[in-house]
Design a protein around this ligand. Structure first.
Ligand code: ADP
Length: 487
């Protein structure tokens, strides 16, 4: 059956209660229990034994149903004589001391109480240890109740000592805990003060940023206003100077000019034209910045636009080694956009390509991207190129790269700034890719249906201005064709 019976004690008289107690202690020690567990088993057994002796005696059998469990079965001699458990102080006490107490009746009708206690670190009870145990128990049966009382007192003292030590330990842990709590509380207070300070700092910083933003916005607005006003003011006198210079040059043979005079007046004329170009570009930029350019969206035929651009670009090429290649657009042939603004941007890019290319090809082409929702128009040249550091700066106002060809090329440094703004206004973007010495490619990407891609698909530079089908085209009619071409 696997149940190892360890020892048995007859319970006949009161003295046997002590023997049972002692037996319990010894057996528990022999199977691996220690300290308090020994006392628990011994006390539980003496409690139950007392009841059993009072009800006419019985028998205690110790067994090990498994190595980790000690079972003590106490059987009464008399039939049905053990008091019901609720009246038995002994059974109640035993219940608190061991892991399990069960009451039953055996086949002959004797009351049986079974106590069970788990063994935390069991010790194998082999034959040698078993007979040793029995020998020791047999010898101690003759001990007097006084001896057992002494042992019990010693156990009690040990338990008291242990309880005292536990209490001390508890007090120490409590004190430690309290100290830790103080520390945690102090740390928490410190952190929350720090957090509060930081929060206050952040709030102040935000307020400052808002204020700076407002200042910047104001500054930018007043710059735009200034540019617009000054450009308007300058245009009239510059136009007068140009008119007068042309009048002086075109004298219909009356009072002919000397070569020197003609040369001087031509100089006035070309300087006036430069000035007018600058003023016009400033005006364009101011308009784009202040959002006053409202595009007029319409169907634009790319092939027609490319032919026009070819016509206006070819005359600008003065170097024999430079050729213009215009790829017939086949994949995207039309798009919805503002044709005038797009022409303006592309003329600007083409005229730059001509200015900064000494030999090689300048290619105008269009390809669909993003599943045909966007058209990418590219102006590629094999010119001097732009260094990586300058690639972002060329889109800034008045920025011109210092270098070869720059002095001979006329320009204001405003063309690309304006072109990018226009590309954004049209719902797209303008980018550059370039390798110094090899050439540059400027890419204008525009939505084919005239609507910028939704905010969700937006990548890179944001499109802030909704083009919308603007009611009126705000190009200044008095300027007729004052674009960046022909520089
Ligand atoms: P502008 O041509 O009137 O000077 P832009 O804003 O159009 O002004 O161009 C700014 C500068 O960018 C140019 O002065 C030139 O230094 C550089 N740049 C523009 N396009 C090219 C190009 N295709 N190749 C090399 N450099 C270029």
């Amino acid at each position: 059956m696997g149940v190892q019976e360890v020892y048995a004690i007859e319970l006949g008289s009161e003295v046997d209660v002590f023997a049972a107690r002692q037996g319990g202690r010894e057996v528990a020690a022999a199977v691996g229990m220690d300290g308090q567990d020994l006392v628990r088993v011994a006390t539980a057994l003496s409690e139950v034994s007392r009841d059993v002796v009072a009800s006419g005696g019985g028998r205690v059998v110790f067994s090990l149903p498994s190595p980790g469990l000690l079972r003590v079965v106490v059987t009464c001699n008399a039939v049905d004589r053990l008091p019901p458990s609720e009246d038995s102080a002994g059974l109640a006490a035993a219940g608190r001391l061991v892991d399990g107490v069960t009451e039953s009746t055996d086949a002959a009708g004797h009351a049986v109480v079974t106590l069970e206690k788990r063994i935390t670190s069991p010790v194998l009870l082999d034959d040698v240890r078993g007979s040793d145990l029995r020998r020791r128990l047999a010898a101690s049966v003759h001990r007097s109740p006084l001896d057992e009382l002494r042992t019990q007192n010693a156990e009690l003292l040990a338990a008291l000592d242990e309880a005292q030590a536990r209490k001390q330990e508890l007090l120490r842990v409590n004190a430690e805990l309290e100290e830790t709590n103080h520390g945690v509380l102090a740390l928490y207070n410190e952190l929350s003060t720090e957090l509060e300070d930081t929060n206050r700092g952040v709030v102040a910083l935000y307020a400052e940023i808002d204020q700076k933003n407002a200042l910047l916005r104001e500054a930018s607005e007043s710059k735009t206003r200034f540019l617009r006003n000054i450009s308007h003011e300058l245009r009239t006198p510059v136009n007068s100077v140009l008119g007068l210079a042309r009048l002086l040059l075109d004298r219909n043979g009356v009072d002919p000019l000397t070569d020197e005079q003609r040369h001087q007046i031509e100089f006035i004329n070309s300087s006036g034209e430069d000035l007018l170009r600058l003023v016009n570009e400033l005006l364009d930029l101011a308009k784009a910045e202040s959002g006053r350019i409202e595009p007029v969206i319409d169907d634009v035929d790319l092939a027609t636009l490319f032919r026009e651009l070819e016509g206006t670009t070819r005359p600008l090429i003065t170097r024999d080694d430079v050729r213009l290649v215009v790829d017939e657009p086949t994949e995207v042939t039309r798009l919805r956009t503002d044709g005038t603004l797009l022409r303006h941007v592309l003329r600007n890019l083409l005229s730059n390509a001509v200015k900064f290319t000494e030999h090689g090809a300048i290619t105008l082409a269009a390809t669909p991207v993003e599943d045909g929702r966007v058209v990418r128009v590219s102006v590629r040249d094999e010119g001097i190129g732009i260094s990586p550091e300058d690639q972002a700066k060329v889109f800034e106002e008045f920025y011109q790269v210092r270098g070869r060809l720059q002095t001979s090329a006329k320009g204001t440094g405003l063309g690309l700034a304006f072109a990018r703004r226009v590309a954004v206004i049209l719902g797209g973007d303008l980018r550059v890719q370039s390798t110094p010495g090899k050439g540059s490619t400027f890419l204008v990407e525009l939505p084919v249906d005239g609507r910028p891609p939704s905010a969700a698909d937006e990548t890179g530079s944001a499109t802030t201005t909704e083009p919308g089908p603007g009611p009126a085209h705000h190009h200044d009619p008095s300027r007729g064709g004052q674009e960046n071409d022909g520089r």
